[in-house]
Write a protein that binds this ligand. Structure first.
Ligand SMILES: *Cc1c(COP(=O)(O)O)cnc(C)c1O
Length: 231
């Protein structure tokens, strides 16, 4: 079997096991293959195995890949999104994980209306408060969520976060737990459904699965080491 397919299956198995440990149904957790920096052929290999969703973090790269790959792939945009790339993101991606400001939210809503689209969006939350990370601090998430719910052209479905790369497992668990709890609270308070929690990467997806994640974003554990660090 192709090594990429083998890796994908191994990650899926570890994910299922972690879900079961936490008494969760593994089917509740989507495995998103993060293909950024990896070649078209690698994506094709997984496509042939049946995978239909891929994550990319740069608009030009997403555009180039989407052009040559089958139309039934759902592209997830997971990188930082600049205002001037918002229209391209709307045209190319079915899901945008990285909405990190109210200005971007409003812009995406307006452009989605103009393009006749209704993309799924997630608000990115900076739970740990790390200076280097983008996203809403937890204290501003309620306001942002209220605004997102009013965006008629966006399907606001939940939240995304990244844990600090070097933190201990117990701290990472606390970060995922905090976002999960704050999602539960907002669902009650705002009387809405926010089913998606995009949490967990190659280094911490099992912790995420035990702490409420419904979508893990895994790159290197599936495709191998990236040529250079790309967010
Ligand atoms: C690159 C990236 C990932 C995947 O990272 P790996 O450690 O390779 O699994 C997940 N989420 C975001 C936002 C990323 O930029």
């Amino acid at each position: 079997m192709n090594p990429i397919v083998e890796n994908y299956r191994a990650v899926r198995q570890r994910l299922d096991a972690a879900a079961l440990e936490a008494n969760r149904d593994p089917a509740e957790i989507e495995l998103l293959a993060v293909s950024k920096t990896f070649p078209i052929e690698a994506i094709q290999t997984l496509y042939e195995f049946g995978v239909r969703a891929f994550g990319e973090s740069r608009i030009p790269e997403l555009e180039a890949k989407k052009m040559v790959l089958p139309d039934d792939i759902t592209w997830h945009f997971i990188g930082q999104l600049q205002a001037n790339k918002a229209r391209k993101a709307i045209k190319l991606a079915g899901v945008i994980h990285s909405v990190d400001s109210e200005a971007l939210l409003e812009r995406l809503d307006r452009i989605a209306g103009e393009e006749g689209k209704k993309p799924r969006i997630l608000l990115e939350v900076n739970v740990s408060g790390e200076q280097s990370k983008t996203g809403f601090p937890l204290s501003l998430v309620e306001n942002a969520a209220r605004r997102a719910l009013r965006c008629e052209n966006l399907d606001f479905a939940g939240f995304m976060t990244m844990a600090p790369a070097e933190a201990e497992p117990i701290k990472i668990a606390a970060i995922f737990e905090a976002l999960s709890l704050s999602r539960d609270e907002l669902e009650r308070k705002l009387e809405c459904k926010l089913p998606i929690l995009s949490m967990g990467m190659s280094g911490d997806f099992e912790i995420a699965a035990r702490h409420g994640s419904t979508l893990v974003r895994v790159g290197t554990q599936i495709f191998g080491v990236r040529p250079k660090m790309v967010r």
